[in-house]
Design a protein around this ligand. Structure first.
Ligand code: ACO
Ligand code: KIV
Length: 512
């Protein structure tokens, strides 16, 4: 393996599962493990076999199934733990026993209640026992981030001599800083005389939000294995996130010329699967896999991305398994993105139409936030319809309540002249209809055959599309209107239908 190759050790199924609420059953662990295999991680840590019969079964199922990755199981420096781990792992392709013990003064004194020399003895005995089962033994110095360098070097030398082939240096409580941790890793490797006999590894927690930064610093300091999890899942604030570490290494080859064997186009799928199985939603602004990681909302950014995506994207969406970036149309969007989306939806507007539609879009975005494709289609169709109509609804006011009859006031423009009408009704919609009939000539006898409301998208902020069918003598016409407000949408639908009706009257010579 080249000296610049970084081994990716995924511990989603072990440390990730230690997130309160993220427990997985055997079948779920297996599904994730199969996705990790497609992602081409080097090692899958599948669980802590002695923890429970279920965890044992999960580790065993993963070890028995996965062939393209090593499968590891975690155990304390205790014979029973190691024996149980081997029992679960032994059917695996290249099984790894991972044993650990804490090395910091705080942990040794308060938790283990052991003297440092006893800890060394226990660590060496554990590695030897693991070694009796397999040559692939990893040893971890729990809370290495708060351990004394001299002691750390001594115990690491001893476990390598006992046969450990991977030495993992965890920042168990996410305490260290990158400019401290990187040099610490380098110093440790230098201080251990037999360090060339093992691969040094890093395992960082995110208590200060520095897990990825510390992992990268450790690689710069000589670590060649990174332990991480999908979506940064893990105990407390989580672990270093696999997707961040891998994409940082891939993106910054100029500064960090290291390689992994990860198939990065499987990242998004892995992230979604883990989120779906654990029920842990990925925050929208999460690096690499958040819903907004490749989304652009503001006009200046959208304009830049449309001209050349490298203006605002440091990696392509395709490289992490997304088909494309996402232009979110909202109140910060500009004309370039608006026009581009309309073209994608098949609309070709002239300059004036575009300006009118853009204005209507901004008004809708102020009310609704994100404007979806379905909203845009409705909005543009509405603008086009209004353009062709003789009577245009300019203003609507409806007062309603539990005790008073609803009253509507409408203003309609007819060939540049504004006319105002008002009416009472049994309901708001009826009052609007009556007010409109009062000012649009020739439709006084029109009656409603059909009134239907549909939501364009889901949610309380959906635009409404209203369809009305009117009858006047023998003439039957239909009109549609849409708006964020259902009463306004109703008024628009009536105006459209009444326009058609008035046009028919005009044609038939009834006069207006
Ligand atoms: C930093 C990490 O993420 S470490 C991994 C953490 N993950 C887990 O703990 C999940 C699985 N754990 C479990 O299911 C249980 O804790 C078990 C089965 C391992 C042990 O359960 P119990 O026997 O009931 O012990 P309990 O968890 O209460 O206490 C831990 C014991 O292990 C000891 N211990 C802790 N780490 C180690 C170690 N690396 N090597 C040896 N002993 C250890 C503790 O000192 C304590 O010993 P004591 O009982 O003599 O005081
Ligand atoms: C046991 C080790 C690897 C660990 O999970 C930690 O120290 O955080």
């Amino acid at each position: 393996m080249s000296s610049n190759r970084v081994i990716i050790f995924d511990t989603t199924l072990r440390d990730g599962e230690q997130s309160p609420g993220a427990s997985m059953n055997q079948e779920e662990k297996l599904r994730i493990a199969q996705q990790l295999e497609r992602l081409r991680v080097d090692v899958i840590e599948a669980g802590f076999p002695i923890a429970s019969p279920g965890d044992f079964a999960g580790v065993k199922a993963v070890a028995d199934t996965i062939r393209e990755c090593q499968v590891a199981g975690l155990c304390r420096a205790r014979d029973a733990d190691i024996d149980r781990a081997w029992e679960a792992l032994k059917g695996g392709a290249d099984p790894r026993i991972h044993t650990f013990i804490a090395t910091s003064p705080i942990h040794m004194r308060h938790k283990l209640k052991m003297e440092p020399d006893q800890v060394i003895e226990a660590a060496v005995a554990a590695v030897k026992r693991a070694k009796s089962y397999t040559s692939n033994v990893e040893w971890s110095a729990e809370d290495a981030g708060r351990s004394e360098m001299e002691f750390l070097a001594r115990i690491v030398e001893a476990v390598i001599a006992a046969g450990a082939t991977t030495i993992n240096i965890p920042d168990t409580v996410g305490y260290t800083l990158p400019h401290e941790f990187g040099p610490r890793m380098a110093q440790l490797i230098e201080n251990v005389p037999n360090s060339d006999k093992a691969v040094f590894s890093v395992h960082c927690h995110n208590d200060l939000g520095l897990a990825t930064a510390n992992s990268l610093a450790a690689v710069a300091g000589g670590a060649r294995q990174v332990e991480c999890t999908i979506n940064g899942l893990g105990e407390r604030a989580g672990n270093a996130s696999l997707e961040e570490v891998v994409m940082a290494l891939r993106t910054r080859q100029d500064i960090m010329p290291y390689e992994t064997r990860i198939e990065t186009t499987e990242i998004t799928r892995a992230s979604r699967l883990v989120s779906q199985i654990t029920g842990f939603m990925v925050q929208p602004n999460k690096a690499i896999v958040g819903a907004n990681a490749f989304a652009h909302e503001s006009g200046i950014h959208q304009d830049g991305v449309l001209k050349n995506a490298i203006t605002y994207e440091i990696m392509t969406p395709e490289s992490v398994g997304l088909s494309t970036n996402r232009m979110v149309l909202g109140k910060h969007s500009g004309r370039h993105a608006f026009k581009d989306r309309l073209q994608q939806l098949g609309y070709e507007l002239d300059a004036e139409q575009l300006q009118n539609a853009f204005q209507a879009f901004k008004e809708l975005a102020d009310k609704k936030g994100e404007v979806l494709d379905e909203d845009l289609a409705v909005l543009v169709d509405e603008e086009r319809r209004i353009e062709q109509e003789r009577y245009v609804l300019e203003r609507l006011h409806v007062a309603t309540g539990t005790r008073d009859m609803p009253v509507a006031v409408v203003e309609v423009k007819n060939a540049g002249v504004m006319e105002t009408g008002s009416a009472w009704g049994q309901g708001s919609v009826e009052s609007v209809f009556k007010a409109l009939k009062a000012i649009i000539p020739g439709v006084a006898d029109a009656s409603v055959l059909l009134y239907q409301v549909q939501a364009v998208t889901q949610g309380i902020d959906a635009q409404a599309v209203v369809t009305v069918r009117l009858k006047n003598g023998d003439a039957v016409v239909q009109g549609q209107g849409s708006d964020y407000d259902v009463i306004v949408a109703s008024a628009r639908a009536f105006v459209t239908a009444l326009n058609k009706m008035a046009a028919r009257q005009e044609k038939s010579g009834a006069g207006v």
